[in-house]
Design a protein around this ligand. Structure first.
Ligand code: PRP
Ligand code: URA
Ligand code: MG
Length: 211
């Protein structure tokens, strides 16, 4: 498993506003959208391409286009939905699958309540979207399911990661073709499994009462 923390002043600036408890839901949604496009730039560095002939007004040249099989983008509902538009804007040929997962706030165990994606992912590159990597339970379960269906490589695109969760992904998915791209690696988890300093509950801040 490879971890990439995107170190860029625009990412740091937008993330700081996202963390601020005074940021309301509409602004939170917009910043999430903007951040995912910056993370996607890094996350898609190895997306498959093929050469294509292009006729410019001046000459014929060889360009590049995204190739088949099409990448699959999988937002983890609910909070991951806030990252979908930004990702598909950069990856227009992508197919989109859906995974509904929720973490039990007492036991911190993740469970799956909805799955809508191709059964056969042989040879597919997959991008999993979820703003928060906390204990890692959700991401590990999601990635396992994608690898079982034959995905060739899986990239988790997250806004914030906790060191504890990264360690769990590293242990549980050792030697698997998995990469994580995050805007920041935070300090730790608190006793409720929340990321510190974090940004609170991403799903509530995206889709809860607008502040
Ligand atoms: O790394 P973990 O400890 O598994 O926690 C992270 C998960 O928790 C949050 O989802 P939540 O269960 O709150 O669902 P929601 O998106 O519907 O709010 C978050 O969006 C992740 O999916
Ligand atoms: O800090 C956290 C941890 C899990 N889920 C969230 O939304 N926030
Ligand atoms: Mg939530």
């Amino acid at each position: 498993m490879r971890l990439h923390v995107v170190d860029h002043p625009l990412v740091a600036h937008k993330l700081s506003t996202l963390r601020d408890e005074r940021t309301d839901s509409p602004t939170f949604r917009r910043l999430t959208d903007e951040l995912v496009t910056l993370l996607a730039y890094e996350a898609t560095r190895n997306v498959r391409t093929e050469p294509v002939e292009v006729t410019t007004p001046v000459a014929v040249t060889t360009g590049t286009r995204l190739s088949h099989p099409r990448p699959l983008v999988v937002p983890i509902l609910r909070a991951g939905l806030g990252m979908l538009d930004g990702m598909t804007r950069l990856l227009p040929t992508a197919e989109v699958g859906f995974l509904g997962m929720v973490r039990n706030e007492e036991t911190l165990e993740a469970s799956t309540y909805a799955t809508r994606m191709p059964d056969d992912l042989s040879g597919r590159q997959v991008f999993v979207l979820d703003p928060m990597l906390a204990t890692g339970g959700t991401l590990v379960a999601a990635v396992r399911m994608l690898l079982e269906r034959g995905a060739t490589d899986v990239t988790g695109v997250v806004l914030l990661a906790a060191p504890e969760g990264v360690a769990v992904v590293e242990k549980e998915l050792a030697d698997q073709p998995v990469k994580i791209v995050t805007a920041a690696l935070d300090e730790r988890l608190n006793e409720h499994g929340y990321i510190v300093p974090g940004l609170g509950d991403a799903g509530d801040r995206l889709y809860g009462t607008a502040g």
